[in-house]
Write a protein that binds this ligand. Structure first.
Ligand code: F0G
Length: 454
């Protein structure tokens, strides 16, 4: 059978408010053409992010009722800890309210001036949390991972030669080595088990702790099952267990592969580091058995961790994202290849060659997708990265539009609707107009900038 069916039935529905093109043109004007400023009620299909937008299962909602809100020693914490240890048996598991809180705590302890932390590609918040301590965040993804059209199975891999060189040159300055699975900022591309093992070997050789930014660990494991020799007959859970067996710690946004709307954690083996992390946690998040979360959130994560490694779920997740990407590719829309786990990335610069990077092709495309079809996506390009600290402006390396797919939320017909809408956008792509920025804050401009057409 070729049809991808969702491996769930729908028990509780959330209405989508239908809107017309004329209404959406008005909403766009009111939002100064910034899609972050739209009211989400006015969005038909929201592909802004896959973070915190998952639909929870009946078992997760039932677990919410079991949440124990004791300040200290809640059974909800122990259920969460046990579920995580089943996949990732770290000695210390420290809940936080989301991923960036775990990053903030970790880097406030281990980073600092003169230091340097390598990764395949740091996610924005990871980089910002490192740089805010005056430490350098360095991206060492392979050359393949930087070429959107190049097809390779593991474009999230880190360049081992460059990593070794850095470990030789700056040995004293490197507190940890990181890998982000899957590589969100590099198109949601997976990292191979071979690469994870090789990084582990380097970390042993140079006596450095190895940490994962593991937000999408289950999706990464499923790609290993599909694409890496020797893993076809292993279950996703076994692959996940193997991945975590090689590392000394992890930061996690549970808003992705723990299938919840809020949550995260820092997990690690080192006793001294864990003690320091818990001290910061108490100041910023809460007591170590709840972090920044309610007991019920911990119970929802515990159940989510068992559901996210189910083969039927992962098959549906990876094939449905690929279905969207392959359909866009067939129409002729240039996308980052191969399709990643959580999102399809359109190469707006290649799709709209009549627009220069400083005409913001990604923003123009995202605005047109919303105007025509009520679909909200996210520009990842010159609007997001072009603003320089001295106030000048540079084109970003790429101008992408990310269509991130919330987990278990949209059906095949919602995705078919997106394909139909993008077919029409593509047919009229030459009419998409250049944009300009009329107002921007001094940093992180993409969230609040005002745009208009040139
Ligand atoms: N690391 C990665 C790889 C991420 O994708 C994110 C969040 C974080 C860390 C931070 O986690 O949001 O819970 O604080 N990514 C979201 C996205 C925001 O849309 O890609 P958080």
């Amino acid at each position: 059978m070729k049809t991808i069916i969702e491996p769930f039935r729908i028990k509780s529905v959330e209405p989508i408010r239908m809107t017309t093109v004329a209404q959406r043109e008005r909403y766009l004007k009111q939002a100064n053409y910034n899609l972050f400023s739209l009211k989400s009620d006015n969005v038909l299909i929201d592909l802004l992010t896959d973070s915190g937008t998952s639909a929870m299962s009946t078992k997760q909602w039932a677990a919410i009722q079991l949440g124990d809100e004791s300040y200290a020693g809640s059974p909800s914490f122990y259920r969460f800890e046990q579920a995580l240890k089943e996949l990732a048996p770290f000695k210390h598991i420290i809940p936080t309210h989301q991923g960036r809180a775990a990053e903030k705590i970790l880097f406030s302890i281990i980073a600092g001036p003169g230091k340097i932390i390598p990764n395949n590609t740091h996610f924005d918040t990871t980089r910002a949390n490192i740089e805010s301590t005056s430490c350098q965040a360095i991206d060492l993804v392979t050359e393949q991972g930087l070429d959107p059209q190049f097809i390779a199975p593991f474009k999230g891999d880190i360049d081992l030669i460059k990593l070794r060189q850095l470990l030789v040159d700056r040995h004293q300055d490197i507190p940890i080595v990181m890998l982000t699975i899957t590589n969100n900022s590099g198109g949601g591309q997976p990292v191979s088990m071979a690469n994870i093992k090789a990084v582990k070997a380097l970390c042993v050789e140079f006596n450095k702790p190895f940490f994962l930014d593991a937000c999408r660990f289950a999706e990464n494991a499923y790609f290993i099952k599909l694409r890496e020799a020797g893993y076809q007959d292993k279950s996703p859970k076994e692959i996940v267990q193997e991945i975590f067996s090689y590392v000394d710690g992890m930061t996690m946004s549970a808003k992705k592969d723990a299938l919840v709307n809020m949550g995260g954690w820092l997990a690690l083996n080192d006793d001294d580091l864990a003690m320091k992390a818990r001290n910061v946690l108490i100041l910023t998040e809460g007591f170590p058995t709840y972090g920044g979360l309610s007991g019920r959130d911990l119970d929802a994560m515990a159940v989510g961790l068992t559901e996210v490694v189910e083969p039927d779920y992962l098959h549906y997740r990876i094939t449905s994202t690929a279905y969207l990407g392959n359909a866009l590719n067939k129409i002729g829309i240039p996308i980052v290849k191969p399709v990643g786990g959580h999102a399809v990335y359109i190469d707006a610069r290649a799709m709209l060659p009549h627009l220069a990077p400083l005409d913001y092709p990604g923003q123009a495309l995202a605005v047109e997708m919303y105007r025509l079809g009520g679909i909200r996506a996210c520009e990842i390009g010159t609007v997001m990265f072009g603003q320089q600290p001295d106030g000048s402006e540079q084109p970003a390396a790429m101008d992408l539009v990310r269509l991130a797919i919330p987990r278990r939320v949209y059906t095949q017909s919602h995705i078919d609707y997106c394909i139909e809408c993008l077919t029409e956008v593509y047919a009229n792509k030459d009419k998409i107009k250049a944009m300009k920025i009329d107002w921007q804050p001094p940093m992180l401009r993409h969230f609040t900038a005002h745009f208009s057409f040139k």
